[in-house]
Write a protein that binds this ligand. Sequence first.
Ligand code: PRX
Length: 575
Amino acid sequence: MEYKDIIYKTPVKHGLINYENTYKDFNWKNINRYFDHFSGDGVNIAHEAIDRHAENSCKDKIALHWEDEDNVKKQYTFSDIKRQSDKLANVLRNLGVEKGDRIFLFLPRVPELYISIIAIAKVGAIAGPMFSAFGPEAIKDRLHDSEAKVLITTPELNQRVDEIREVLPALKHILLVNAEHNLKKDEISYESETNKASESFKIRWVDPEDYLFILYTSGTTGKPKGVTHVHNDMVSHYITTKWVLDLREDDVYWCTADPGWVTGTVYGIWGPWLNRISQVVYNGRYDAEKWYSIIEKYKVTVWYTAPTALRMLMKAGDKIIKKYDLSSLRYICSVGEPLNPEVIKWGLRVYNLPIHDNWWQTETGSIMIANYPCLPIKPGSMGKPFPGVCAKIINAKGKELSPGEHGLLALKRGWPSMLRRIWSDKKKYNEYFRISGWYTTGDTAYMDNDGYFWFVGRADDVIKTAGHRVGPFEVESALVEHEAVAEAGIIGIPDTERSEIIKAFIVLNHGYKPSPNLKKEIQEFIKKRLAAHAYPREIEFTKDVPKTRSGKIMRRLLKARDLGLPTGDISTLEE
Ligand code: PRX
């Protein structure tokens, strides 16, 4: 396939066949008919994703092909997942878990993570998946704010929770995976409890508007926000998976994202299983050879990954690719950061497939703007709005801008998977809707004459590094906890591989001198305390950090100075 070919339409026989007509006639209500139980008696996404498949001719279909770094492999059919999640649901119910309780997960990508998320939905509780690279500070923020009642983790990861245990009075039980001995007072063995539990569980039917999961994500100010989603999200999960990821019954699908991030929860659990798809989970770090071997071994047909991973694979070179048989691949998608046209060009050469970029956020709960199989791709563009989604470029007053004009990317509120709440912070929730009728995304973009959207940047100070969303305030707060640091300002600076990397400007306390060792020590401190992915790869020691007269760090100014850009209005700068 040539680069120029992907800008022409190729005939499509499955899924979304005609974008324009579907967009014109689309009604979300028509999607409800794809579910078994979308009625007045209540709903439950876990029934739609697992139980209904386990109860019909698909019961022996593989739901999960699992493999870890040490080549340990496991397989689960839809009925295996049903049985194991029913047992765990009984354990949770016996522990006194009730509808609406928060159950947090701090696990690597082990099968128990996937089974737990299903079980939590079955009891009507709210799942809070956390990325396993988090340190005690990040865990505390989440467990404390959500008042989590149960935590499911491993003995190893639990050591990070031990440090903060006493500031979490709401946390009643810790279920430990792979820990048979030496349990403390409130600790329970996952295996021994589930082994004892009954296989029969009566699912809790809930209202579509009842909460399903909370994912904490970063903004410019304050601590991470608990973005809360509901069972009704299934409407969006189901149909976006079908039409954007183009999944069909016989596909083998691999989403490389961790469920600690929204892509891993929505398109690594709910979306594919609602569509009864066999999926692959690899529990290990990125490694080019390992990744290609996964595609070869499981004959992956559809692959959903991120631009940083693709850029790393591009750097790993073409020679490696020749060692593996990747001929099973038929469709590739990417999300989370800008996907540069060079990567698409490279993908066409080495995989003989175009990479389909799409855009969404933790808050939107499902893909909002995408490239589809039936539409020509314009390399560098995020594509067009999903049917039922009205995306526009507006100014700060809510006026719609013309094609080509840069402005705020906004969505007409009301699609099924829109966030319903910021846990414990109504004000933060309302901020998304400050422009009447619109959900504001925090991104800037433009739309071209053909209705394609192009990403420009963030309208705020949020950093995207290797696909991970990081709030400058969280890193600054963690930095000043280090004894040498008096003040810190955080910005994202462009990076060819990771989109952005985190740079810290640090004012040292009296008695400390800048040195390469001190830099290293501070970086390790953040990796351990906050999160392994959120440490500043660059540190500059400075005499002061520019602030407004009211004491706010002027990150825009730091960034402009660092990148040699115009500094803009600095009239509020503190003298
Ligand atoms: O800035 C946009 C960027 O990622 C942000 C959302 O991050 P998060 O909530 O972590 O969700 C990421 C995965 C769904 C957006 O506000 N972003 C997401 N997709 C793209 C993107 N930037 C450019 N191109 C994309 N395709």
